[in-house]
Design a protein. Structure first.
Length: 864
């Protein structure tokens, strides 16, 4: 490394002639004395004029001029140069960019992505670390790098545009001296440090988990210039503070990652944006616009979509000028490539409805021999990556031009253990009707079909589509049990739902397609997003035709959209559900779970000479599925169905679930959710997998249902419904009464007997009622007087049942419960053991959640 600047103050220490042992200070004093002596001597001796006349100012050596040097002094003959969007020069470890004058001010996309990393991090190859829009500007002899923010705009070029600019000053995040100038005033700057310092605005520290970068252990591996982008790869070493790694990996003092940087020139003229409508599910680029006809500022949203243009605009069905191409990264296992390609190209049928054929393709990435410069991280390419990880998930991420919503590229990530996750999920949902699922692990061809479904879903995200949970309830139960219907239409109207697999079909129905597929909503959504509207000159011009497309939703419910806005309120918008009737679907689904537990579970999950870990895991899978199906039914109670009608397109937006349906849902939950499923609590299984905790697990599942039914938000919806619809509403009073009578149904028997599971459940119920009567929010809750009245009625029923009770355990339980009710009513209650404790998902099912991605089956229970 070159050293510049002032020499050391003790410069004489560099003089090898200084006598050993002589101090610097002593030497300096001696030198000063000799200098003085010679000075006096020179005065006495200077009797004749000097032989050389003094130099004039013009003759004195000139200091180097500030500013750029001659080009050849900076870009030396040692430079390895490449032509591209900028010229790139590499001189040993230094990187120079030669920025053309005509690209100053042009907007560019900067992407940082982790390409490789160590076991001491939680990230994975292909993790995006930051995406920014930047531009370069020159002022005198410096180049400034600014971050661009297009989130506030002006609708016109009048005075308001000046005002918007005044509140949108773009921050300068870096500056570089112009070292030299090339042809046509191109500016040569050194950017080495940009790729070796992990600057804050482009940092990967959040992914790799490190602190600062150590430049002495970091270097730039390669840089490549292309016509529209520059790709740079660095190896960066971070200090870690001794953080431990995965699988017991040692905790080193540093972690090293390979980081890829892409600088991509954005189109000089942005693609025309397409406006988002609430009736369709697209991810968006949002901005605030001033100067609109509405006078006030307006939020505008352009949907995310690829640029797709017809070769023949006059043809109803045309190939695109440039198709959407996804590449399978080099690390994708060969055995899954065919299925993954099918998953990508499944979207062609949807693009046909938008007027395109062969719109989307999937290819293998070129080998190193075929193209040594090809990179998985290159921001120009759409790539599907395969990450060795225990994470059970996949993700379809993409990069947009924020000016228009145009998707520049997409990088889909598939974590390796999604294979086991979807296999377990399929077994728990379709194992009763698919003979291929009688033994684990599932056969590879079946897992390939499951992976194809995953890829189709994730590529849907890459194409811009959001989840559409309303698509799960588009089909009737009869249709889901029909072999021909499911073969043609799948399980839901959208592959972007969480419909998963067919748990409704019964043995004997003959259903063979049990996996989701592209549905009518998906085709409809692609039509909205990608159909060319040639006559439009501005986004607003497209609105009449787009509204005409969306108007079909009024008569075609399968085209409707709903995701997170009313999740938890609208029973027609749920995760992990199929079918328009949750009670009927769950009745059939629970019957299948019992079949799997009785006939498949043990043989599928055990192997001679191995322990019962797999048996315990697969039993938990069935418990999770059972809880999901119960939760689907619970959503009807206090539920409000939302249909996103717009003025002139349909009628009421919100409709409460009819009283009879809510009443039926409560009856189902009391029958199926408040009793222990014997097949899953068979002693022949329990005695092999756990020594204790059976009662608390069973009670916890039932208690979670009770708690969900009595949340303040649900009670408020019941009260609102009663206020609006009067006697036609299912009321909070009815709900509490129905729950109490159902949970304590043994009291009506001639000789009441309550088993141990139900005793635990009843104690938990009293604890829940105490929280509603005496809890922190009880004084302001409408539920408090309802709960108190019901507890008094329950006390009377217990008093009436006690004389008829002959079972000793039941009698003791009822006596204690009667006392507890009195204490609750007097605010003196202390919960007893056996169910009052807060139960976590890990407690109930024996495994923790897998994050909040698309393939976390527990997300439906967590409200994510």
């Amino acid at each position: 490394m070159a050293i510049s600047g002032n020499p050391p103050r003790n410069a004489d220490v560099l003089n090898p002639r200084r006598p050993f042992g002589t101090s610097t200070m002593t030497t300096s004093l001696r030198s000063a004395a000799l200098a003085t002596l010679f000075a006096f001597a020179s005065v006495g001796l200077a009797q004749t004029p000097p032989q050389t006349p003094p130099q004039t100012p013009q003759q004195r050596p000139q200091a180097p001029k500030p500013g750029p040097k001659p080009y050849e002094e900076v870009v030396t003959k040692e430079a390895v140069s490449q032509d591209g969007v900028f010229k790139v020069h590499r001189i040993d470890e230094r990187i120079l960019w030669e920025i053309p004058q005509n690209l100053l001010g042009r907007k560019m996309l900067w992407q940082t992505e982790v390409a490789q990393l160590g076991l001491t991090t939680d990230g994975h190859p292909g993790t995006p670390a930051g995406i920014q829009v930047v531009r370069f500007e020159r002022r005198n002899d410096r180049i400034y790098l600014r971050l661009v923010n297009d989130s506030v705009r002006s609708a016109s070029d009048d005075e308001l545009k000046v005002g918007v600019a005044a509140i949108s000053v773009e921050p300068i995040v870096a500056s570089y001296p112009v070292l030299a100038e090339g042809k046509e005033k191109s500016a040569v700057v050194e950017v080495t440090n940009l790729f070796l310092s992990d600057p804050q605005d482009f940092s990967v520290r959040g992914v790799v988990g490190g602190a600062g970068v150590d430049p002495s252990r970091s270097f730039i591996e390669k840089v490549k210039a292309f016509p529209e982008n520059i790709e740079t790869t660095s190896t960066l070493t971070f200090s870690t503070g001794g953080r431990g790694g995965l699988f017991g990996a040692p905790a080193p003092s540093a972690t090293t990652a390979v980081v890829h940087y892409s600088l991509v020139l954005l189109p000089e003229k942005p693609m025309m944006g397409r406006l988002k409508d609430s009736r369709i599910g697209y991810f968006t680029q949002d901005f605030l616009e001033y100067g609109t006809p509405e006078y006030g500022s307006q939020e505008r949203r352009y949907i995310n979509r690829f640029r797709l243009e017809k070769k023949d605009p006059s043809a109803a069905l045309s190939e695109p000028k440039k198709p959407i191409v996804f590449y399978l990264a080099r690390e994708v296992p060969t055995q899954w490539r065919t299925a993954m390609k099918k998953g990508v190209e499944a979207w062609n049928v949807a693009f046909e409805q938008a007027g395109f054929k062969n719109a989307i393709l999937c290819k293998d990435a070129p080998s190193v021999k075929e193209d040594p410069d090809w990179s998985d991280e290159d921001a120009r390419f759409n790539v599907i990556r395969w990450a060795p990880s225990t994470t059970v998930n996949a993700r379809g991420a993409s990069i947009q031009d924020p000016r228009s919503g145009e998707t520049i590229s997409s990088h889909v990530i598939v974590w390796n253990d999604i294979l086991s996750g979807i296999a377990d999920m399929y077994w728990g949902q379709a194992g009763a009707v698919d003979s291929r699922a009688v033994k684990l692990p599932l056969p590879q061809p079946l897992v390939a079909d499951l992976l194809q479904y995953v890829i189709t879903h994730e590529v849907g995200h890459a194409l811009g589509l959001e989840h559409n949970f309303k698509g799960s309830t588009a089909y009737t139960i009869a249709q889901l049990r029909n072999p021909e219907f499911t073969k043609q239409h799948g399980l839901a109207s959208s592959v972007m739902s969480y419909s998963r697999f067919n748990y409704v079909a019964q043995p004997g129905d003959g259903v063979t397609n049990t996996i989701g597929m592209i549905g009518p909503y998906d085709k409809f959504a692609i039509e909205y997003g990608y159909k060319p509207i040639e006559s439009a000159k501005a986004p607003e011009d497209e609105k009449p035709q787009l509204d005409g497309i969306l108007a079909r939703q009024v008569a075609q419910p399968e085209l409707r959209f709903g995701n997170y806005n009313y999740l938890g309120i609208d029973p027609s918008t749920q995760m992990e559900l199929i079918g328009s009737d949750p009670v009927a679907a769950s009745t059939l689904g629970l019957a299948n779970i019992d079949r799997i537990a009785k006939n498949v579970l043990f043989n599928a999950s055990t192997k001679f000479g191995e322990d019962y870990t797999k048996l315990a895991k697969m039993r938990s899978q069935l418990l999770v599925q059972r809880s999901l199906e119960l939760s689907h039914v619970a959503m009807a109670i206090g539920g409000v169905v939302e249909t996103d009608y717009h003025y002139g397109r349909g009628n009421d937006v919100f409709k409460p679930v009819p009283r009879a349906q809510q009443k039926a849902a409560v009856a189902f939950l009391l029958d199926k959710g408040m009793h222990v499923p014997s097949a899953l609590y068979d002693p022949r299984i329990l005695n092999k997998i756990q020594p204790t905790g059976v009662v608390s697990q069973a009670t916890g599942i039932s208690t979670s249902i009770i708690s969900s039914l009595l949340t303040d938000s649900r009670v408020r919806r019941l009260l609102d419904n009663e206020a609006i619809n009067g006697s036609n509403a299912y009321t909070a009073t009815e709900l509490v009464s129905d729950l109490t009578r159902g949970i304590w149904s043994e009291l009506a028997a001639p000789a009441p007997k309550v088993d141990i599971y139900r005793r635990s459940l009843q104690r938990s119920f009293l604890s829940t009622m105490d929280s509603k009567t005496n809890g922190s929010s009880a004084n302001t809750s409408e539920l408090r007087p309802i709960a108190r009245a019901e507890l008094k009625a329950l006390a009377a029923r217990i008093d009436a049942a006690l004389p008829k009770t002959t079972d000793a355990a039941t009698r003791s339980h009822l006596v204690e419960s009667r006392r507890d009710i009195g204490n609750i009513l007097n605010n003196k209650y202390t919960p007893a053991g056996g169910g009052s404790r807060s139960i976590t998902l890990a407690d109930l099912f024996g495994f923790k959640t897998k994050g909040d991605g698309c393939w976390n089956i527990l997300a439906g229970l967590e409200g994510k």
